[in-house]
Design a binder for this molecule. Structure first.
Ligand SMILES: Cc1ncc(COP(=O)(O)O)c(C=O)c1O
Length: 394
């Protein structure tokens, strides 16, 4: 789709075409595991790659429903092609396996989603892949971390749950100089607010479970990159099989049609909530990339067009006070995950990031008092009123 077309129009139209068989306007759900060939020659040509087309749902391009979603996100991210997955973690695993081998070195942001941390800390070393967790908001530390065998730099920005921001363009440039692939987990921002490929990164991936699906009713992941990179990823998709279901692909297509509308509301609400919390006497600190008090606000401003709906804060009275707050909310749901229409509140140190060892959590800022909020699309006044009444009980 042409670049002159605006982002919201792309959300609605990119990748979509009327169904060629019956003319259905909405992309159909191709709930099938296999595809019929016209003859044996065509089957052989599809398997050899001589002829493009669908073969079997585990093998890219999976089904026409998956193709529409992959193309839509590729257009939104500004990449050549996309590949969908069963979850964000399946996407991250496939990207790592497509590129790294025994003896390679991976540099990762030190604050990443808990399961990403465990994958990198527990599983990759067993495969002979060395991992360095680095504070990627410190460019000198990133520069010093490169080794001869560094094959990949994995960035999560803003990072879950500290909201730390790192400079994608600068780090992608360093990675390129060292012949390493730069990969960005774009889950928190979505391509509406941040487009890593346009900033110089090689690969942008997201958990579709969050803002892309947008309604907390599915699990999914997506990877977007250059044709060259995607060609190296496709075989791994077929061999490992962590693909998205057709119904989930359809839900993501529907979710994306309102991505631009939802993200504006998420970000507008999050700023109001962040300002409310920052002024509240029972709150020790607030981290939201859109606040001037955020340590990397300048970098965020440079590379993001808005600051999304995620924020974290510390409450005076520490973990006990945080627990009382979470037990006292009525409108907000006490639940992990993020990017839903509904506001979600959780405690990373005992929930999503409990798998990160205590000393590491302390060092990187996943403190016991940290409460994470995924601000939904309700009316901001109601979210604030709920937090206000819960804070009165602390
Ligand atoms: C930043 C980030 N990346 C990846 C994931 C993993 O996504 P999924 O739960 O879809 O596997 C999560 C999950 O919370 C996340 O927050």
């Amino acid at each position: 789709m042409k670049d002159a077309i605006k982002f919201g129009t792309k959300c609605v139209h990119a990748g979509e075409k009327p169904d060629p068989v019956f003319g259905a306007h909405t992309t159909p759900i191709f709930q099938t595991s296999t595809f019929v060939f016209e003859n044996a020659g065509q089957g052989a040509a599809r398997f050899s790659g001589e002829e493009a087309g669908y073969v079997y749902t585990r093998i890219p391009p999976n089904t026409p429903t998956h193709s529409v979603l992959a193309e839509k996100v590729a257009v939104l991210e500004g990449g050549d092609a996309g590949q969908t997955f069963a979850s964000g973690m399946a996407a991250i695993t496939a990207v790592v396996l497509s590129r790294l081998k025994q003896g390679d070195h991976l540099i990762s942001t030190d604050v990443v989603y808990g399961c990403t941390y465990s994958l990198f800390r527990e599983v990759l070393p067993r495969l002979g892949i060395e991992v360095s967790f680095i504070d990627t908001s410190d460019l000198a530390a990133v520069k010093a971390a490169f080794k001869e065998n560094t094959g990949m730099v994995f960035l999560e920005t803003p990072a879950n749950p500290t909201m730390t921001v790192c400079d994608i363009g600068e780090i992608a440039c360093m990675a390129r100089e060292h012949g390493a692939l730069s990969v960005v987990d774009n889950t928190f921002s979505t391509p509406y607010f941040q487009r890593p490929l346009q900033l110089g990164a090689d690969v942008s991936l997201s958990s579709c479970t969050k803002y892309i699906g947008g309604h907390a009713d599915l699990l999914g992941g997506i990877v977007v990159g250059s044709l060259d990179f995607m060609r190296s990823l496709y075989p791994v998709v077929g061999y490992t099989g962590g693909i998205m279901g057709p119904h989930e692909a359809w839900l993501c297509i529907r979710g994306l049609k309102t991505l631009h509308l939802r993200m504006e509301r998420h970000a507008g609400n999050a700023l109001k909530v962040a300002e409310f919390l920052e002024a509240h006497p029972k709150i020790a600190w607030v981290r939201y990339p859109g606040l001037p008090s955020h340590p990397q606000h300048a970098v965020a401003k440079k590379q993001m067009s808005g600051y999304s709906g995620m924020l974290s804060f510390g409450i005076l009275g520490g973990v006990e006070a945080g627990r009382r707050l979470m037990d006292s909310v009525r409108l907000c749901s006490l639940a992990v995950s993020l990017g839903a229409t509904d506001t979600l509140i959780q405690h990373p140190a005992s929930m999503t990031h409990a798998c990160v060892p205590l000393d590491v959590r302390k060092r990187v800022g996943i403190t016991d008092d940290l409460v994470r909020l995924s601000v939904g699309v309700e009316d901001a006044e109601d979210i604030i009123a709920d937090l206000e009444q819960a804070l009165e009980k602390v």
